[in-house]
Design a protein around this ligand. Structure first.
Ligand code: PLP
Length: 424
C-alpha cells in the first residue's frame, strides 16, 4: 500500500534490539508472570530511588527553576552549565583536560550511537565507510544503527579458558591488525563496549593502549561505550582503567544508575566531532532534554551523584551475579556450560557447548515456558549469517541478573530444567 524507502525497508524485519525491547515491555509492564532474565533494564535499588525522589522533589519545589527547565529549548549540544559541570567532574575523576566543548548531551546513549555511527559509516564520496567491531560478541543495539546495512565489519574474539567453568574473550590482535591494514581506507570508526554487553568483559589498560596505537596510527576513531562502567553507574567487579586519546570517543549514560526513563546520554570527544553532533541533533530533535541537567544540577560538582552510585550499585549487582553463577555451576557439569568471566555490567554470557538446537530456538522454547533470555545470535552485528552457526552465538545465550532475586532463582531453575533436555 505504501512505497517505502530503503531506510524503511531496513527495519521491516524485526531487529534483535526491537524484539528485546518488546520482551522487556511485555515482562516488566504487561505480564509480570514472565520471568525476566532478558533485556538491559537496571534493577530497582532502594537507596538510589530515594535519592532520585529527593532530587525531583527539590526540583519541583523550586518553581522558577522548574518552569525554566520545562519552558525553554536547550542548546542542540545540551545544557551548557551542565556540560561545564560534567567537564570539571570528568577532569577530576580521570585527570583529563577537557572543556564543555568536548561534551554533547543526547537522548540516552543509544541515540548517540545513531548519530556517531552514521557520521562515520555509509556513503563517503565514491566509497562506503564502514564501522568496525574488533571483538564479537558485541552489543545487540549496534545492529541496524548504521542506515547503510552493509557498512558493518566485525571479527570474532579469541577465547581463553580460565578454569573448568569460566573463559574470557580477548582481542584477536593479529586479526584486528590484518583487517585494519587491509581495509583502513574504508574503516570510518571502531567501537567497543566496556564493561561489555553481553559478556561483562572490561578491556584492560593494555588492550586499550593497543587500540589507541591503532586508532592514532590509522587515524580511525574508537567509540568506547561506557554505559555500565565507571564513574557511573560503576557496575565494575574489578578495576576499570581509562585511557585518553584524541581519537577516543567516550559515551556515558545515566540509564543504568536506575534512570532509563530519563533518557540522558553523553558523548565526550574532540570538539570538532561534538560540534557536528550538535548540528545533527538540531535536525533530529532540536535539542536534548534538559530535565536531568536541572534535576542533577550541582550533583556532579559536589560528587554527590558519584558517591551514591559507588556506595550502593556495585554490591547490589555483585550479590545477584554470585547467586546466578552459583545456581548455574551447581546445576551444570563443567562440560555442559562455560560462562564468560563477569567483570562488570549485569549480564552473564553463557555457552552450552553441547546444545542440540540453535540459541534462537532455545530462546523460543524458554519463552513458551515463561522465561525470557536473549539468544546469542543477536550479538554478532555485521557477521555473515551463513557463518553464524560456526560461532559461539549458536550455542550461547545472555542472561540478565538485574531483576529481583526470587525472579532470578525461579527463572534460572526453570532454565536449568529446560536446557538439560536440549543437551547432547
Ligand atoms: N550501551 C550498552 C552496552 C547498552 O546495553 C545500552 C542499553 O541497554 C545502551 C548503551 C543504551 O542505553 P541508553 O540509551 O539508555 O543510554
Amino acid at each position: 500500500m505504501f512505497r517505502i524507502s530503503d531506510f524503511g525497508k531496513n527495519y521491516q524485519n524485526d531487529s534483535g534490539i526491537f524484539l528485546l525491547m518488546e520482551d522487556l515491555d511485555e515482562a516488566l509492564n504487561q505480564n509480570p508472570d514472565l520471568l525476566m532474565l532478558g533485556g538491559g533494564n537496571p534493577g530497582f535499588i532502594k537507596e538510589l530511588q530515594e535519592y532520585f525522589c529527593k532530587k525531583f522533589k527539590q526540583f519541583f519545589d523550586n518553581k522558577e527553576e522548574f518552569l525554566q527547565a520545562i519552558g525553554i529549548y536547550d542548546s542542540p549540544k545540551g545544557n551548557i552549565s551542565f556540560r561545564k559541570e560534567l567537564a570539571t567532574f570528568f577532569n577530576r575523576i580521570f585527570q583529563w583536560n577537557i572543556t564543555y566543548e568536548h561534551i554533547a548531551l543526547t537522548h540516552g546513549s543509544q541515540n548517540a550511537f545513531f548519530i556517531l555511527f552514521n557520521l562515520f559509516s555509509g556513503k563517503s564520496q565514491d566509497q562506503r565507510l564502514k564501522l568496525f567491531f574488533p571483538l564479537l560478541p558485541e552489543y545487540i543495539g549496534y545492529e541496524q544503527v548504521p542506515i547503510d546495512p552493509y557498512s558493518i565489519l566485525s571479527i570474532e574474539a579469541k577465547k581463553v579458558l580460565i578454569n573448568e567453568y569460566f573463559f574470557r574473550y580477548e582481542l584477536d590482535r593479529d586479526n584486528v591488525l590484518n583487517t585494519i591494514q587491509k581495509q583502513y581506507r574504508e574503516i570510518g570508526c571502531m567501537a567497543i563496549s566496556t564493561p561489555g554487553n553481553p559478556t561483562g568483559k572490561i578491556f584492560s589498560k593494555e588492550e586499550q593502549l593497543f587500540l589507541k596505537e591503532v586508532a592514532e596510527f590509522y587515524q580511525i576513531p574508537l567509540i568506547i561505550d561506557s554505559a555500565y562502567g565507571q564513574p557511573f553507574p560503576g557496575i565494575t567487579f574489578k578495576n576499570q582503567e581509562f585511557v585518553y586519546s584524541e581519537y577516543f570517543i567516550y559515551t556515558f549514560s545515566l540509564s543504568k544508575t536506575g534512570l532509563p526513563g530519563l533518557r540522558m546520554g553523553m558523548i565526550i570527544a574532540n570538539p570538532e566531532i561534538i560540534s557536528l553532533v550538535g548540528k545533527v541533533q538540531a535536525t533530529l530533535s532540536l535539542s536534548p532534554s534538559r530535565i536531568a541537567p536541572f534535576v542533577f544540577k550541582d550533583s556532579f560538582s559536589s560528587m554527590e551523584f558519584y558517591q551514591i552510585c559507588n556506595t550502593y550499585i556495585k554490591d547490589f549487582y555483585l550479590k545477584k551475579r554470585n547467586l546466578a553463577i552459583n545456581i548455574l555451576t551447581e546445576n551444570f557439569f563443567p562440560n555442559e556450560i562455560k560462562i564468560h568471566e563477569s567483570e562488570g555490567a549485569f549480564f552473564l554470557w553463557v555457552m552450552f557447548p553441547t546444545l542440540r538446537i540453535p540459541s534462537y530456538e532455545l530462546y523460543k522454547v524458554l519463552k513458551s515456558k515463561g522465561v525470557i533470555i536473549v539468544p546469542g545470535n543477536f550479538y554478532y552485528p555485521g557477521y555473515p549469517l551463513e557463518k553464524m552457526n560456526k560461532t559461539d552465538a549458536y550455542v550461547s545465550i545472555r542472561i540478565s541478573f538485574s531483576q529481583k532475586e526470587d525472579i532470578l532463582e525461579k527463572g534460572l531453575n526453570l532454565l536449568v530444567t529446560v536446557v538439560k533436555d536440549y543437551l547432547k
